[in-house]
Design a protein around this ligand. Structure first.
Ligand code: HEM
Length: 460
């Protein structure tokens, strides 16, 4: 599709990308080593690579080597990241005052894509206001409105799966969850515009850490992959602003139940500007798509490894036993966390888990360690959905969605979507896992390295 960029959209995109491009560089915080919990003394680049590329082995290794609380130092400048691994520590962090425990700073690397108004990047009063406006679009009532749409899209997707031939379930789930989130965010809309948006959103999710880090050097944006990223962003922005503009004037706005329309119906005095809407919508599209796809593909793969679990899943699908399908999804996110940890930056000195930490320190619970600990989850390496049936694991031991004032706003949506999709798959097919798989790092999320390959055959 040709780039038909109106000057104002190009200006807006360029302004955002250059304004936010320095934000990947955290302010240099000089913190005395003795004040911090123990950690490796390796060069900071080695520690950073360990954390970015090998997180699944690195978190548990650090826990074994240094105990419940440890420090990793990261580029640039060796800034410290203090890990907490016990549930009572996670509780302290999640329950803490969000005015002191900022989350937006830890996500600042996402600024050039998501924009400064993104829920993920905001803190303080701005975050509180935006969260209050967006939350109703994901409450129980709204979720019921989206359910039929999700079921229909899932049924449609599943009907096209090849029989008796291995395929990467992650790829199919990515296609499906992108479609779901686009329809939920925009509702029924111009199909041509949606068609143009799909590859733009996918290309945005595909951005690698190398590109993200490159934003610290805006001159790079004239070259190769950085230039293509800017072009892709400009085009996505153009499509989003066009959609927002048209929707403001839509005669059926008041009857619509999609997220954009709900946000536009907010009392005008509190309403979001076009730029704020763009940032929040891009955030929802990106945060709400590959995460859910990864969780779902692991769920299919794990159930497909065990004939007894498959029979149980099919029974649950036939009986409308959503609780069991929900437990499958929860267990999938426990065994294969999608996000490795949650981070907060201290705005003033604080004591956590008995450690006195200076202001400026970044802290966070490790989701990987919490989910793998045998104290929290007996036989942690076993995929056993029943552990979530009729009971919840002890507080703060299952934290795939983070917690407190920043808990994932789409958690309920992801679980609702997951159950609808699993029901459609297990109603239609026998599912068998193909080969062995393991998690790999993909930018911020973790995904199955081989795409959680499965083979399906229609149920007799
Ligand atoms: C399995 C799927 C998902 C996982 C594992 C996941 C995980 C997370 C995590 C760990 C956080 C950080 C929480 C914290 O800092 O305490 C988060 C935040 C967020 N998630 Fe999700 N997420 C998922 C699906 C979704 C969906 C479907 C949406 C949107 C429809 C979404 C939108 C967001 C947003 C906007 C935030 C920022 C919330 C804030 O800072 O106030 N996520 N998610």
């Amino acid at each position: 599709m040709a780039l038909d960029v109106t000057p104002d959209t190009r200006d807006l995109t360029a302004a955002r990308m250059s304004r936010m491009s320095g934000t990947g560089r955290a302010p240099r915080v000089v913190i005395d080593d003795d004040a911090l919990p123990p950690g490796p003394r390796w060069p900071v680049l080695a520690q950073t690579i360990g954390l970015l590329r090998f997180r699944h082995a690195f978190h548990p290794w650090l826990r074994r080597r240094y105990g419940d609380v440890f420090t990793v130092r990261l580029v640039p400048g060796g800034r410290p990241l203090v890990f907490f691994t016990r549930p009572e520590h996670a509780k302290e962090i999640f329950a803490a005052d969000p005015e002191v425990f900022h989350a937006g700073k830890g996500n600042s690397i996402l600024g050039p894509i998501m924009g400064e108004h993104s829920l993920l990047l905001q803190d303080g009063a701005d975050h509180k206001r935006a969260r209050k406006l967006i939350m109703p679009a994901f409450n129980g009532h709204a979720l019921r409105d989206y359910r039929t749409l999700v079921t229909d899209l899932a049924r449609d997707e599943v009907a096209h799966w090849p029989a008796d031939r291995p395929f990467r379930s992650l790829d199919r789930m990515n296609t499906l969850t992108l479609e779901v989130i686009l329809r939920v965010v925009f509702g029924v809309t111009d199909e041509q515009r949606l068609r143009a948006m799909r590859p733009r959103v996918t290309a945005t999710v595909d951005i690698s850490p190398g590109i993200l880090l490159g934003w610290g050097y805006p001159w790079l944006q004239r070259f190769g992959p950085w230039r293509r990223t800017v072009e892709n962003q400009t085009e996505l922005d153009r499509l989003m602003y066009a959609e927002i503009r048209e929707r403001r004037a839509a005669p059926d706005l008041a009857e619509r139940t999609d997220v954009l329309s709900r946000l536009l119906l907010v009392d005008e005095r509190d309403g979001l500007s076009d730029t704020e809407l763009r940032d929040q919508l891009v955030t929802l599209l990106l945060a709400g798509h590959e995460t859910t796809a990864s969780a779902l593909s692991w769920a299919l793969y794990e159930v497909g490894r065990d004939p007894a679990l498959l029979r149980r899943a099919q029974q649950a699908a036939d009986d409308g036993d959503d609780a069991w399908l929900d437990a499958v999804l929860k267990e999938s996110m426990r065994l294969h966390p999608i996000i490795p940890m949650v981070v907060r930056t201290l705005m003033e000195p604080m004591t956590i888990g008995g450690w006195d930490l200076p202001g400026g320190t970044t802290v966070g619970p490790s989701i990987i360690v919490a989910h793998q600990s045998s104290e929290n989850h007996p036989d942690p390496e076993v995929f056993r959905p029943d552990r979530f049936l009729g009971q919840s694991p002890p507080a703060h031991t299952w934290i795939p969605f983070g917690g407190g004032a920043r808990r994932c706003i789409g958690a309920g949506f992801a679980q609702m979507e997951g159950v609808q999709v699993l029901r459609e798959v297990f109603t239609a097919y026998d599912v068998h896992a193909v080969g062995a798989d393991e998690p790999k790092v993909r930018n911020i999320t973790s995904v199955p390295r081989d795409g959680a390959r499965i083979r399906v055959s229609p149920r007799r």
